[in-house]
Design a protein around this ligand. Structure first.
Ligand code: PGA
Length: 246
């Protein structure tokens, strides 16, 4: 399976930050993996213009389930497509925590995003308390069951395992812990969707120095990277590790 290095810029970046994209394209002009950056909505069109004709794909960080209407501050899947996006992250733990997003809402968003032609990156992951209580696999399995709509198009689905306690903390699970979750995800998705071809990303404090160890794991097909995607050098190092692992 071809790897995917996906960057999530979160609420970071203004026009000045586009220089990092130029540097990234210089550093990794034709990588042996797919690369995606999900900038804040204000940068989507400008980044998409830079990415045109290159290997870089652009994505949104969220979308509304409705196509249009009275939803102040929200953005629809069709708007993301219009701005040049091919992907969208849905159900990120920061959306779930800061905006109270439920599995059911995430499922509606996946349906809407896929109908608009976007590839959806569904995020799942346990909190530290849930892991300590021995409930990580149960929580993640529940999120998969309830966040995936029945009509999901497996060909437009990527799943990212992002333990909440590893995001932005510099802490990562052990390789065994990542493998346990990714193997369970693979089995559950194969059961539900009848395919073993869904790309599974790991996310949470991925950096150039730990990327090779993570990408060496079976059933890890790439990464969803926050902080280390903001700097071209760091993200290029992660891309290089993913290329070396494939
Ligand atoms: P991080 O974020 O790489 O900064 O830990 C990952 C994410 O939230 O996608």
């Amino acid at each position: 399976m071809r790897g995917l290095a996906a960057g999530n810029w979160k609420m970071n970046g203004t026009g000045e930050s586009l220089s990092e994209i130029k540097a990234l394209l210089d550093a990794a002009p034709s990588p042996e993996c797919d690369i995606l950056i999900c900038p804040p909505a204000t940068l989507l069109s400008r980044m998409a213009a830079l990415a045109e004709g290159t290997v870089l794909k652009i994505g949104g960080q969220d979308c509304h389930a409705a196509g249009s209407g009275a939803h102040t501050g929200d953005i629809s899947a069709a708007m993301l497509v219009d701005a040049g996006a091919s992907h969208v992250i849905l159900g990120h733990s920061e959306r779930r925590a800061n905006h109270g997003e439920t599995d059911a809402q995430v499922a509606e968003k996946i349906t809407a995003a896929q109908a608009a032609g976007l590839t959806t990156i569904l995020c799942v992951g346990e909190t530290e308390a849930e892991r300590d209580a021995g409930r990580a696999l149960e929580v993640i399995g529940g999120q998969i069951d309830s966040s995936l709509p029945d009509d999901v198009d497996a060909a437009r689905l990527v799943v990212a395992y992002e333990p909440v306690w590893a995001i932005g903390t510099g802490r990562t699970p052990t390789p065994d812990q990542i493998s346990e979750v990714h193997d369970a995800l693979r089995a559950r998705l194969s059961d539900r969707l009848g395919t073993g071809q869904i790309r599974l990303l790991y996310g949470g404090s991925v950096k150039p120095s730990n990327a090779a160890e993570i990408f060496a794991l079976h059933n890890v097909n790439g990464a969803l990277v926050g902080g280390a995607s903001l700097k071209a050098d760091d993200f290029a190092g992660i891309i290089a590790a993913l290329e070396a692992a494939s």
